[in-house]
Design a protein around this ligand. Structure first.
Ligand code: PMV
Length: 372
C-alpha cells in the first residue's frame, strides 16, 4: 500500500468533496447556455504536477469582452461505456475538438457520474476571431464546466452558489489549468499560497484582500502580433518544466511575487505593479527559451512593441505595462484614467506591428454569466 504524505492526503480528501451524493431528481433532456470570459495572468502558471496541480500559485485579471458562449443540449440515453457527444464551433461541426473534450470527460467523470447517461450537443462560439492567436481554452473549458454544473444542479435540486462556482472552477481546471480562473472576477488566485488563507491548488478563489482604486476597471488592449496556431502547446510547455534547470527557483519566485502583489494591490503602487507584471511575462518566456528542447514564441514585432512601451513610459508619466501569454501577442495593461492617451499611442505607434493592424480592446470583468 502506498503511504500518502499529509499534503497528498489533504488533496485526496478535498477531491472527495466534489464527488456528489446520489442525485435526487431525474432529467430527460434540456439545454443550458453559459458565457465565460478569458483571463490574463499577472503571476504566471507554468509547470504542473499530476492531475493538473500547479507547481506555483498564480493570479489573474478576469477579462470582460473576450469570452466563449456555449450551449450544451442533452438527451437521456442508455448508459454506455463511451461518452457520446458532438461539437460545433460557429455552427460548423468540429471533430478535431473532440479528443480534448474526451480527455476532459475522462478526467471529470468521477465528479459528474451522469456523463455517460446522456448524449450531448456542444455548440460554442467566441467573441474574438478564432484565428487571433488568443487561446480559447480558458474561456471554452470554463463555459463547458459551467454548463455541466447547471445540469448537476438540476439533478441535485439543491446546490449553493458558492459550491457551484467552486466545483465549476475545480472541473474547469481539469480541462485547462488556467480555465479555473475564469469562473468569477475580477481578480482570481489559483494555487496554495501561505499568505492567502483559502487558496487552493484545486480551484480558483476570488482575491480576498483590499484592492486600491487604481486597479478598478483596469484596461487590457490585446495587440494581435501573430494570429497563427501556437507552435508549442501549453501542455508540452508545462511538461518541459519537469527537467528544467531553473524550475525550483522559478516556482519560489512566483510565491515571492504573489506576496509582493498583496501589498501592491493594497497601496496602489503602480510602479511596483509594473515591475512584477513585466518580469513575470519575461520570466515565462525565459523558461521557454531555457528548457530542453528550447523554443521562442515571441516574434520580432513583440520586441518592437515592448521597446516602444518602455520609451513611451520614459517620455511620459504613463503607468502602462505589458504582459504576454504563451504566444507572440502583447497585452497592454493600464489604468482606466489613461485610456484616451494610451489609445492614441497604440493607434499611432503600435498597430503597425500588429497583423492586419488588429487589436482587441478589453478590460477587467467580473466572471461568467448564465444566458439560459
Ligand atoms: O491553462 P494552460 O494549461 O493553457 O496554461 C496557460 C499558461 C499561461 O497562459 C502561459 C499562463 C497563465 O497563468 O495563464
Amino acid at each position: 500500500m502506498k503511504l500518502l504524505s499529509l499534503s497528498e492526503l489533504e488533496l485526496h480528501m478535498n477531491r472527495e468533496y466534489f464527488i456528489p451524493k446520489p442525485y435526487s431528481k431525474t432529467l430527460d433532456n434540456g439545454s443550458v447556455t453559459w458565457s465565460s470570459p478569458s483571463n490574463i495572468a499577472l503571476v504566471k502558471y507554468w509547470g504542473k504536477k499530476e492531475h493538473q496541480i500547479p507547481e506555483n500559485p498564480s493570479i489573474s485579471f478576469t477579462l470582460d469582452y473576450c469570452k466563449t458562449t456555449t450551449t450544451l443540449s442533452f438527451s437521456k440515453q442508455e448508459d454506455t461505456s463511451e461518452f457520446s457527444f458532438e461539437v460545433f464551433l460557429d455552427g460548423i461541426e468540429k471533430d478535431d475538438f473532440k479528443p480534448k473534450i474526451e480527455t476532459f470527460f475522462i478526467r471529470i467523470e468521477a465528479y459528474l457520474p451522469f456523463l455517460k447517461g446522456y448524449h450531448f450537443k456542444i455548440e460554442t462560439s467566441n467573441s474574438f476571431p478564432h484565428s487571433s492567436g488568443i487561446a480559447s481554452s480558458a474561456s471554452g473549458m470554463s463555459a463547458l464546466a459551467l454548463c455541466l454544473m447547471s445540469i448537476e444542479k438540476q439533478l441535485s435540486g439543491d446546490i449553493s452558489e458558492a459550491y457551484f462556482n467552486q466545483k465549476a472552477s475545480f472541473l474547469a481546471r481539469l480541462g485547462s489549468g488556467s480555465a479555473c480562473r475564469s469562473i468569477e472576477g475580477d481578480l482570481i488566485v489559483w494555487g496554495t499560497h501561505q499568505d492567502i488563507n483559502d487558496s487552493s491548488d484545486l480551484y480558483g478563489i476570488k482575491y480576498p484582500f483590499d484592492v486600491h482604486e487604481n486597479f478598478k476597471n483596469y484596461q487590457d488592449t490585446i495587440l494581435l502580433v501573430d494570429k497563427g496556431e501556437k507552435q508549442v502547446s501549453s501542455t508540452v510547455g508545462h511538461n518541459l518544466m519537469h527537467e528544467h534547470p531553473f524550475a525550483e527557483r522559478r516556482f519560489e519566485q512566483a510565491h515571492e511575487n504573489m506576496s509582493k502583489l498583496i501589498s501592491i494591490f493594497k497601496t496602489g503602487d503602480l510602479d511596483a505593479f509594473i515591475k512584477i507584471v513585466e518580469s513575470e511575462a519575461l520570466t515565462l518566456h525565459a523558461m521557454m527559451m531555457t528548457s530542453m528542447p528550447y523554443f521562442i514564441l515571441m516574434k520580432p514585432n513583440t520586441l518592437e512593441i515592448i521597446n516602444k512601451i518602455w520609451s513611451y513610459r520614459n517620455e511620459t508619466n504613463s503607468k502602462i505595462c505589458f504582459t504576454l501569454d504563451a504566444g507572440a501577442n502583447v497585452h497592454i495593461l493600464y489604468p482606466e484614467n489613461e485610456m484616451e492617451n494610451v489609445m492614441e499611442f497604440i493607434k499611432n505607434e503600435l498597430v503597425a506591428y500588429c497583423q492586419n493592424e488588429h487589436y482587441i480592446s478589453d478590460q477587467i470583468g467580473f466572471g461568467a454569466n448564465q444566458i439560459q
